[in-house]
Design a protein around this ligand. Sequence first.
Ligand SMILES: NC(=O)c1ccc[n+]([C@@H]2O[C@H](COP(=O)([O-])OP(=O)(O)OC[C@H]3O[C@@H](n4cnc5c(N)ncnc54)[C@H](O)[C@@H]3O)[C@@H](O)[C@H]2O)c1
Ligand SMILES: O=C(O)C(=O)C[C@@H](O)[C@H](O)[C@H](O)COP(=O)(O)O
Ligand SMILES: [Zn+2]
Length: 356
Amino acid sequence: MTATRITVSGDSPYDVVIGSGVQAELPGLLRPGVRTVAVVRPQGLPELSRPVLAALADAGYEVADLPVPDGEACKTPEVAAGLWSALGRHGLTRSDAVVGVGGGATTDLAGFVAGTWLRGVQVVLVPTTLLAMVDAAVGGKNGIDTPEGKNLVGTFLPPAGVLCDLAVLPGLTKADYVAGLAEVIKGGFIADPRILTLIESDPEGATRPDGPHTRELIERKIRVKADVVGADLREQGLREILNYGHTLAHAIERDEHYTIRHGEAVAIGMVYAAELSRLSGRADLTGRTRAVLTSVGLPVSYHAAAWPRLREHMRLDKKNRGAKQRFVVLDDLARPARLEDPAEELLEAAYKEITR
Ligand SMILES: NC(=O)c1ccc[n+]([C@@H]2O[C@H](COP(=O)([O-])OP(=O)(O)OC[C@H]3O[C@@H](n4cnc5c(N)ncnc54)[C@H](O)[C@@H]3O)[C@@H](O)[C@H]2O)c1
Ligand SMILES: O=C(O)C(=O)C[C@@H](O)[C@H](O)[C@H](O)COP(=O)(O)O
Ligand SMILES: [Zn+2]
């Protein structure tokens, strides 16, 4: 199948290239004038970055190979500081580039380091998980975690390009693949209900990289994200809809010390958001939300005793304004709305609905 190119519009437009065996397209995504490319990649998965390093070296670039810890463990100030030192040692200038290869944690870190080094150098992202392809690598949001919470430090830096090589997806564990489906399903609820019907028509197929609708699901979700971030890169309003389910999800991730997968936390968070929508007199999509998430093996509940801690963690959500807690909810399918400054009783009542 030929590669698909989805252009993300905005002040710095770029392409998301989607296909199987498309590594050779990587050098073409870099802007002209680059001499050195710093490749940020998970240290435990050399087989994923080897073709990327080779493609860049063959194209004549000086390549700096910068392995970092696997997964969320790389999204720390210490790892970022280590990369800044490495970029200094390699003499990376403003005409050079960072390439981030890996899951969403690695692409978030690579984007953050590129966005802060010399106040911003170009970054090209090569996502290797389903979640990073359909969400993290597209849209220019990057960040790291701090002891106070998830993604509290970061920048907006649109990548120069994104390369999704679908051939790497069969290497993922089932659990990592399915975690990515949570962000695909999010796209179905907030903007493109066809995503939901495709998954509901064949939930088992949806959990496989070779499923009958996999390519369509990936492309549909990337288009949802591209449309939103193309219109509102800096989250002045519309972009908040991509945070559906994330207010509670980020609190759960912090509560679990980042041992729960992001997509799993988002699944639970979407059930909470659906309950908030229902209990505040909006749409009742709670049944459909639980059914579609459960059908692909995602979690839909959390421990009752965690509520006081989660409530505290949610106070640092980026959508909040002063003391006002804000949530993305749904007036209907594909009709996101905001719930502003909800009563504490409502927040707790919705939580009771999702406890195990
Ligand atoms: N910036 C954004 O807009 C955005 C959007 C969504 C999520 N995120 C962030 O993305 C992160 C989650 O991303 P994730 O789910 O990809 O997790 P992850 O990056 O932790 O990757 C999951 C695991 O898969 C491994 N892996 C990666 N590619 C592989 C492959 N092809 N084969 C085998 N193993 C592979 C990783 O090393 C890791 O162990 C979170 O930090 C989340 O906050 C950011
Ligand atoms: O791109 C966005 O905007 C999103 O909200 C997408 C989310 O899936 C993603 O997890 C993002 O990193 C959350 O952003 P944050 O600003 O709440 O940290
Ligand atoms: Zn997310």
